[in-house]
Design a protein around this ligand. Sequence first.
Ligand SMILES: NC(=O)c1ccc[n+]([C@@H]2O[C@H](COP(=O)([O-])OP(=O)(O)OC[C@H]3O[C@@H](n4cnc5c(N)ncnc54)[C@H](O)[C@@H]3O)[C@@H](O)[C@H]2O)c1
Ligand SMILES: O=C(O)CC[C@@H](O)C(=O)O
Length: 630
Amino acid sequence: MSSKKRNYIFDFDSTLTRVEALDVLAEITLANNPKKDEIIEEIINITNLGIDGEISFTESLEKRIKLLKANKSDLSPLVDELKKQVSSSIERNKEFFELFAEDIYVISCGFKEFIDPIVAEYNIPSKRVFANTFEFAKDGEIIGFDAGNELSKHNGKIECLQNLKLEGEVQVIGDGYSDYVTREAGVADTFFAYTENVSRDKTTENADHIAPNLDEFLYVNKLPRNISYPKHRIKILLLENVHPDAFKKLSKDGFTVETVAKSLSEDELIEKLKDVHVLGIRSKTQVTKKVIEAAEKLMVVGAFCIGTKQIDLETCKENGIVVFNAPYSNTRSVVELAIGEIIMLMRSVFQRSTELHNGQWNKTAQGSREVRGKKLGIIGYGNIGKQLSILAEALGMDVYYYDVEDQLALGNATKTDTLKELLEISDVVTLHVDDNAANKNFFGEKEIAQMKDGAHLVNLSRGFVVDIKALVAGLKSGKLAGTAVDVYPEEPRKNGAFYTELKGLPNVILTPHVGGSTEEAQKDIADFVPNKIMAYMNSGNTVDAVNFPNIRLPRQTNAHRFLHIHKNVPGVMAKINKILAQFDLNITGQYLSTDEKVGYVITDLSKKYNHKVITKLKEVEGTIKFRVLY
Ligand SMILES: NC(=O)c1ccc[n+]([C@@H]2O[C@H](COP(=O)([O-])OP(=O)(O)OC[C@H]3O[C@@H](n4cnc5c(N)ncnc54)[C@H](O)[C@@H]3O)[C@@H](O)[C@H]2O)c1
Ligand SMILES: O=C(O)CC[C@@H](O)C(=O)O
């Protein structure tokens, strides 16, 4: 904290509050006026012209007051409304206003009648509020303002500050013309463009610093604050066309989010991740060891899908990077596509359709069969396999399944003890195994040979699971009557040209990995994964992390939280606790979870602590990552 005396000059409208008070007053006074919308629009335009310096401030004020037709009795509901509209970051940093009460001023071109009661709740007395005052008629009607007040005039804030003759540094925090000209005029040392509620180009261009909220202002000035690190400084990169809801959700929570429609190559990713804290991907982006080791700031990877094989989970863990995915959101979509494809394959619909597209009428029932009463063999009876089992039964299919793990049969499904048994009886075989590396080429020549003659194969799991050459041979020989393939051993990073050996074969349905690509699934993922990211970033929760010890933490208020990720070697916890004891910290809670490689310990402390403890904790041998929350 600086020892030099510093004065903090706050603007009121759109800075301390989210709104322009006169616009709110207009809403109240014009509530029953049939021309309300028109007049309010005119008032907003006049306000903006004044803020941008396009018309003189006095002119803007006169015009608005005339249009407002307000009365003294309207001020009380206005104050009630403004109390609800205090800017969020101002509200959460009330402590700053209490601790620095003597150094804080409000200089506004608004009116004391509504500013005083709002800022009084933030410890700012009327004597440090400089603003206009209304002129009332006998019946209480607001008919004007005190024209002798410097703040009713153009560049009034400059004059006001000059008259105040403040000692020490003067920092002005505001959102408009009248604020930034104070720095130009030399009556302020620093101007912070406050953009939490409104961001004007002219204001930000003329700022020494842009403060998206009070957290940033307090952080830059090393002042006490409610949030240890301003959230907008945390950068999130979302690749591969993640649903826009994810952008909205994470931005709304205060993070700085960038989206890129495609996936990036290893080199592009390394470059891009230099200042990124959270990465969001789908199935195409390879988060390799090289990428992870270069991404020094990376804390979280969110897989906006089920599969996580594209991420080196172990290296992430060793580097204290937590990985989340969305294990359920798109499962129904895959199941629906599987059902559709099973029917399409058994009726040769795509073949008939292609013929017609080529101008050939081929009305035939040959090889066309109902699914009712047919045997469906599901390989991999997990989240997708199980749901498919239920829907297929509803269509009248006899369901059999094979899984390497013990899985409870749902409905009337029958478990087979061996894969061979399932392959020998099934009319349609559908693959829903997980993406672990051991499943590479799991389904090849031998398995196809074990299938019934004229059976169908569906693969909506992973491309590397099926030996494509063997599948092509099976189709060409007539052993298989058809196949539906959604996933391929090699898939392109972005939309464009693509080749597969399956191309052009009859009764082959090819889709470009869209099993989970529905509006509903993507929307659900864009809710699920950001929730996990926010839970970790905001409170340290690792519940549902796929590579990390899971800890569910209570939300803390009025306390600090230390998050320490370390190598799981003997003695680390003892060292951490020794340091905490040396610094005499009042611990209100401690939570620890470990796996064979890492330990994750969270320590909650009552408010005050010596900041040197942070350096000491970071120095503990085996520390991977350390951060402070709140
Ligand atoms: N096409 C798409 O767009 C899309 C969308 C979502 C999921 N997927 C893929 O679908 C697959 C299934 O997803 P899920 O959510 O049901 O997974 P899951 O983990 O819930 O279930 C997978 C099941 O497969 C079993 N299994 C693994 N290897 C096996 C093997 N060799 N033989 C038999 N059983 C085996 C597991 O024991 C588990 O029960 C995954 O590969 C996933 O990546 C694809
Ligand atoms: O949306 C994707 O890119 C992948 C979909 C699917 O394969 C998954 O793993 O969930």
